[in-house]
Write a protein that binds this ligand. Structure first.
Ligand code: ARG
Ligand code: ASP
Length: 727
């Protein structure tokens, strides 16, 4: 018994140490209590109050949620925003055509008037956050079923929101933390006039494209510049040419000093979603059941798109963002599975489960937690066949096809009519008509059909027949089991696949419209699927998933109680977090050591003239040959990217990497392949985030693009003034 508790103590000590550098996505308002001391011991020179304060301007006032999915930061007193090229991608693309190709050639406004409006883009600042757990959980019984609990919480949130103190033009939202054991309210300011200021050509901003994506060593100048515009009194306002550049409470100075191995760094941004506290069974389901389905289907879709994009420049512009999105997750899942395998990730999950179990059995107070891990395992097992089939449905008919979007437009219209009547319908169908026209611009139905066939065959071969809805089976049988013929018929006879036919349909009044819609084979195909999923597969899944959510919530609370010596950080949920670590290389595999920094030299090593992914602009080659780096080079070389042990995830793209003094030294944009499993199993030995070196960003803006007016509005730290003058 004594021996056991000693090893227990030792083991938890190990956990504590393991957590202590790098791991964690921390809440800015709790830094003082939980992290400040450690951050200082790692070299940080500023205080928690300098990072997050509601009393004075602090770093957080420069951190901006970019379009809801990425992070960006303000780097000048005139609202200049820095984010990734891949975050601005959709907006850059929307201003691109074959004649004026911003993706290919880059773009640099020469003054404010030339900055380009980006419709739909939002820039959100966090004013303040506060704990509202007690109000949110008011009246919720400890043993309530998930559904009742959710309803009550929603009601409570509706009641609380108006009571949160804020200015009239500020928004508020409430989010659950620690698997909904705790709730925070966020007061925000949402700016809707955001304009594109500058972007390097793809050959820099996306250098290495998908081959290099998620990979170190990296040579991508993954950045772009935007600007926030504000209305009267510097407040959020809708787009207006008369708006003025936003004057921020704080903006990040940029340091030219560079980084060394072991330097403190922190990344401040909006990480999207992680699942750090999964039990072994939850992690196994992801790695062994769901990821393989996703990877296999996307393999097929991507091969088809890639072939078409290489063959035709127009198709390349059309499909580039779509391809990038699908490929990005595909490659991440492959890396995640790889990392889990080489670090024995599932065994580590199992160890943690048994450690938890041991603590629980050793103390009668913890008796109520005795079955949590086993119950979770049971529910995951029962969910598995359904979740597997559902994943196939999603990957086959939803996530990798455009067809479904057109169906969704139509079914949305049916809902409009049924919910709000003919007048609303008439208004909406005209909007949809225009929307669809714009949408067709980026779709090639032949490619879509080819993907449908390829994924459809895989779906049919691998999904348990019990989960294949009858309409699909009948349809296939009617075509003699020939998926090609079935797809050809679907695509050619539907009104949704042809812009002119769809436009004509949208001109019809409801009675005629609905008759045509009901007869449309694609509408029927998806309607029947939806009926089946809603009434059967998805219903089964959400039954188990509700139970899993309930168990995971209890498990999270139990972990915190059972391991009082551990510091727990909540899983990412698209809210503002601080993560910190060090600049450091790593050992990806036996016999290989990766250094922490890359240089422009690597671009020239990878250079393949005229290549789709590895071409290099002439101007950049010239600057390299002449070593014309201005004040941004170091010892005759141009630093390009670096890595560190900051715990980041999707959504952290565009986040600033900040040095010990609060200056920007890099721009986060990716993680290393072996380490993408950090979303479920952070391991400091191989989990690294990748940042563009701030000096490379400035070099590209200044020396490559000649947009020095932008550099002039920034505040540079450690600048050798003489050098800049000589440039
Ligand atoms: N892997 C990075 C992230 O998850 C960058 C993706 C953009 N680049 C690309 N080639 N798709 O978002
Ligand atoms: N590239 C990711 C993003 O776009 C960041 C990551 O997953 O590391 O947010």
């Amino acid at each position: 018994m004594i021996k056991r508790s000693i090893s227990l103590i030792l083991f938890s000590f190990l956990l504590l140490v393991r957590l202590s550098a790098g791991e964690g996505m921390w809440l800015p308002l709790l830094l003082r209590a939980l992290n400040e001391k450690e951050m200082k011991s790692m070299g940080m020179k500023i205080s928690a109050e300098d990072i997050y304060s509601i009393n004075k301007g602090s770093l957080k006032d420069a951190i901006v949620h970019f379009g809801g999915g990425c992070t960006s930061e303000i780097i000048s007193p005139q609202g200049l925003l820095l984010t990734n090229h891949h975050c601005g991608y959709g907006y850059i693309q929307s201003h691109s055509s074959i004649e004026q190709n911003l993706l290919r050639d880059g773009f640099w406004a020469r003054n404010h008037a030339e900055e380009l409006r980006c419709e739909g883009l939002t820039a959100t600042l966090i004013v303040r956050m506060e704990d509202v757990t007690a109000q949110v959980l008011d009246g919720v019984g400890p043993t309530w079923k998930e559904n009742d609990r959710r309803n009550r919480i929603d009601e409570n949130i509706q009641k609380i929101k108006p009571r949160i103190v804020r200015l009239e033009d500020q928004d508020v939202f409430i989010r659950g933390f620690y698997n909904n054991n705790q709730y925070f309210a966020f007061v925000t300011e949402v700016f809707r006039d955001v304009r594109l200021v500058g972007t390097p050509p793809e050959a820099i901003g996306k250098f290495g494209a998908d081959t290099d994506n998620w990979v170190w060593p990296r040579h991508t100048g993954d950045f772009s510049l935007f600007r926030i515009y504000a209305g009267k009194d510097n407040r959020p306002a809708p787009f207006d040419p008369a708006n003025k550049p936003y004057v921020p409470k704080h903006f990040l100075p940029i340091s030219l000093k560079g980084v060394r191995e072991g330097d403190f760094t922190m990344v401040f941004g909006f990480p999207g979603r992680t699942n750090q506290y999964l039990t072994r069974e939850g992690a196994r389901q992801m790695v062994e059941v769901l990821n393989p389905v996703r990877i296999a289907q996307r393999d097929r879709a991507l091969k088809i798109m890639d072939r078409k994009m290489r063959a035709d420049a127009g198709t390349k512009i059309q499909y580039a963002p779509k391809y990038a999105g699908i490929a990005n997750a595909w490659k991440k899942w492959i890396g995640e599975n790889l990392g889990m395998r080489i670090t024995g990730g599932l065994d580590r999950k199992a160890e943690q489960d048994s450690l938890f179990q041991a603590r629980v059995s050793a103390d009668p107070r913890f008796a109520p937690y005795a079955n949590l891990v086993a119950d979770l395992e049971d529910r995951y097992r029962r969910l598995e066949p359904f979740a597997h089939a559902r994943e196939y449905y999603l990957e086959t008919f939803h996530r990798n096809l455009d067809l479904v979007d057109f169906y969704q437009m139509v079914s949305g219209l049916i809902n409009t009519y049924e919910g709000r009547g003919e007048e609303a319908f008439d208004k909406r169908r005209k909007e949809i008509r225009d929307l669809a026209t714009a949408y067709y611009r980026d779709v090639n139905m032949d490619i879509d059909q080819e993907i449908f066939v390829s994924l459809g065959k895989e779906f049919y071969a691998n999904v348990n027949p019990a989960f294949i809805y009858s309409h699909f089976r009948d349809l296939l049988e009617r075509h003699g089991g020939d998926m090609d013929r079935m797809a050809a018929e679907l695509y050619s006879s539907s009104l949704l696949t042809r812009p002119d036919a769809l436009a004509a349909l949208m001109d019809k009044p409801y009675a005629e419209w609905i008759r045509a819609v009901r007869e449309d084979p694609v509408v029927k195909f998806y309607e029947e699927m939806k009926f089946y999923l809603d009434s059967d597969l998805n219903r089964m899944c959400s039954g188990f998933e509700d139970e899993i959510a309930e168990l995971r919530r209890s498990h999270m609370a139990a972990l915190i109680e059972v391991f009082p010596e551990r510091r727990f950080y909540p899983d990412a949920n698209s809210t503002l977090r601080v993560t910190y670590g060090k600049v450091e290389g790593y050992y990806p595999k036996d016999g290989v050591h990766y250094l922490n920094q890359t240089y422009l030299d690597g671009v020239m090593e990878k250079y393949v003239p005229g290549d789709y992914e590895f071409d290099v602009p002439k101007k950049l080659q010239q600057l390299y040959r002449e070593k014309d780096y201005g004040p941004y080079g170091e010892n005759g070389k141009m630093p390009l990217a670096f890595i560190g042990s900051n715990h980041t995830t999707g959504g952290n793209s565009g986040s600033p990497a900040i040095d010990a003094h609060g200056n920007l030294v890099g721009l986060n944009f990716d993680r290393v392949w072996e380490g993408t499993m950090s979303d479920i199993n952070y391991d400091r030995s191989i989990c690294r985030n990748i940042m563009v070196d701030a000096r490379y960003i400035l070099f590209i803006i200044d020396k490559f693009a000649g947009a020095s007016w932008l550099v002039d509005e920034m505040k540079l730290v450690g600048l050798n003034k003489k050098l800049r003058k000589r440039k």
